[in-house]
Design a protein around this ligand. Sequence first.
Ligand code: GDP
Ligand code: CA
Length: 334
Amino acid sequence: MRITALAGGIGGARFLRGLLHHLNARELPSDVTVIGNTADDITLHGLRVCPDLDTVMYTLGGGIHNDQGWGREDEEFTVAGELAAYGSGPGWFTLGDRDLATHIVRTRLLGEGMTLSEATATLCERWRPGVRLLPMSDDRVETHVVVDDPADGQVPGDGPIPTRAVHFQEWWTRLHASVPARQILAVGIEAARPAPGVLEAIREADVVLLPPSNPVVSIGTILGVPGVRDALRNTAAPVIGVSPIIAGAPVRGMADACLTAIGVETSASAVAALYADFLSGWLVDEADAGEVSPPERVPVVRSRPLLMTDLDASAAIAGAALDLAAGIRQAAHG
Ligand code: GDP
Ligand code: CA
């Protein structure tokens, strides 16, 4: 079975770890390709950092800090302390020593002329994540967030409030998404080309999965890469999504702030509506079982527990997504 999944960071990685566990436990031969979000990428201290690719790589490769969900286990922060002593910011994005090695190697490989796909494949030779991990694009795409930037002493009613754009990581990590996003822009996306293998992986899959990743800044940016959405509409494979929203709230993180910024309600069915043009099946939590989507928009909705509390719970969710796909395929072929 050829399985292709689109993924952001923590939500995507935990789901994928469950998926691999499920496939191994059932001894189901399969090839899993993961198309990772790269719009969170940022250059810090001259190093190219790819948080979502690394979260998937470390989680599946056994190097992740489990409780935190990102970064390396047994991390140390000697370099971060030395950088701070130089006043070399930003202080809001801490990179651990072990993690830094990844960014140093990636930056060197890119500097030697490798594409991001090639550099990612090289990093994965160490981590052996058990999937083919592809960046959504080798071209640079960065999510920026437009926020209010009032002049000193300006109070509401004092005329138009100036705005400024900050990198997504600054809004998310420094500001904790507490400042409303007036706009969320994926800078560079119109000109970005899907990385080699991305469109083929969608077209030639037996099943396409959308893990419970952020619908705006993870899945949304992957869908924004020209060609990806069309490939999803046209693939013969069932496309099954798992809701990241349970009972009107994100399970972790501030996805609600991202949805609000694009004028979408924070609910499982509103997220499904974002994918309605290509979605075949949608898993919602039991808490949302009553939320009925119009059948013409999302053909099949199933409810089950969707909290990825541990590996077994994540594996059961992934198994349910595959079962839903199998049911849809069977129905289509009589
Ligand atoms: P990020 O890049 O690290 O923010 O991670 P993703 O984009 O992959 O995933 C973030 C989303 O995962 C958030 O919107 C969360 O609501 C969702 N999420 C996290 N844990 C769970 C879980 O246990 N169950 C479900 N259904 N969603 C989850
Ligand atoms: Ca992310």
